[in-house]
Design a protein around this ligand. Sequence first.
Ligand code: HC1
Length: 571
Amino acid sequence: TVGLTINDKNVVATEDNSILDVCKKNGVNIPTLCTHPDLNNEGNCRMCVVEVDGEEELLASCNTKVKDKMIVRTETEKIKDSRKATLELLIANHPNDCLTCDKVAGDCELQNLCYQYDVNRKEQLLETLPQKEVLDLSSTSITRDVNKCIVCGNCVRVCSETQDIGIYDYTERGHDTVINTKEKEPILETDCINCGQCIKVCPVGALVEKNDIKRVRTAINDPNVHVVVQTAPAVKHTLGEEFGLEPGTDVTGQTNAALRKLGVDKVFSTDFTADLTIMEEGTEFIDRVQKGEKLPLLTSCSPGWVKYVEHNYPHLLENVSSCKSPQQMFGALSKSYYAEINDLDPQKIFSLSIMPCTAKKFEADREELKVNGLKDVDAVLTTRELAKMIKMEKIQFAKLDEESFDNFLGDHTSAGRIFGTTGGVMEAALRTVAWKLSDGELDKIEYEGVRGLTNAKEAEIKIADMKVKIAVVHGTAAAKELMKKIDNGEKKYHFVEIMGCVGGCINGGGAPIPDSMETVKKRMAGIYKTDGSSILRRSHENPLISKLYDNYLGQPGGHKAHDLLHTHYID
Ligand code: HC1
């Protein structure tokens, strides 16, 4: 350990730590634009400079290691002037559209720092900045505005390191360096899986989700359109953060109330069709195991992951479950069963979903996921977009009285809720598969082995006279490692859950932007808390799912279920 002084206070630290890390640990805030707790550091932005006694120049605190007896100052006039100059340089090349930028106010670090360091660009505001390139609107999930890019490199690193996909890179040289897709092609033409992790680490508005708010408002305001909404499991444990509540807080009731205030006609839940997914996918799993074919069964509910398989393992596409995701199952039911029992014209139903995921926008748009030419889901808003709509209407979210779902595509078991975290789909499936395979003898509910944030989890579970080998991974970098081993025969499993984002949907590209993985852990804990206190915790116990099969679908895996709830990916 070493002893040093930060702003006249003595602190103790280990030598391999950076000044920035030591300051953070000791509650000293240093601004940065390019460091992110989940990414390696490149020291691109020069915002984190500090003064160190004996050094003439200011040092970047993110890549300067602490030393014994070091004397550090973090907020002198010299430092403030330097940060201000850095910001002025950045905004000299930045568009002037802060009032209308899709990066929600408060989430733009550049804007926050300009306020903090009193950056004044009145003269520049009089000029019209040259636009480098037009907006890239090619993707259904992500909008990219290179004019706003401050070349921090976070998107390059998250895409290549965390996701191991790498569609972005630095292009041009020196002063002209910009970040672009590798071949400067539109995002749609790259290997992008629409996960939106780049949006989460972009400190400015250069990368944002495709904005669908206007389309949704138009539908809500049209008296001839019947708007039904579903909310994803993870939304219920993350939306509260946008309104000052603790990460993980279960805000199901307030979300329902807010959606009604926004004017939707019926409020339902994706957790209900997550239960339905377990009935279908569980049946598919048992069938494949009995026939000994197309194993391992790979989960299909994460659309980023499905796209990843299409790009990288097309020969393993038949291993991917044929079940549509819960989002799409809900959409399909909203325009069939729900329309029939309510005597509504499916063409006049607008099926809206609120998701923590930008790839869900892409999924909703897929040709394969239409029934009779009608899209299952008409629009997807991210959790952040919903928060924005609630703020636009000045709804006091945290003060809303809790409201329940409408009858009956909302009521669910907590097996449907745990889908929102890595390991949740597997655990929910095991609860029902074990019960089925053991003829109701096995009522084990909690499978600790699939929980937590470890990159790759595997277990062997004894069900009746069978040993079921399972694996759970999250984030495409970890998925890539596992898929290599499955593909070359090194690893053999019966069932594998893969989610495109690290942590699963609670850390999706459309979720409120978390400070660190600690926030993600709290979200996960919130989901398991709700699960632990629920009475019905296994999908097959959902009485409304039984009613749906009895009255409409027939058997799990039957003809009608197949027509509506299954698909075949054709890329
Ligand atoms: Fe997810 Fe899913 S869990 S994919 O992470 O299977 O987005 O929350 O809605 O469809 O249920 C997301 C979350 C979500 C689907 C379910």
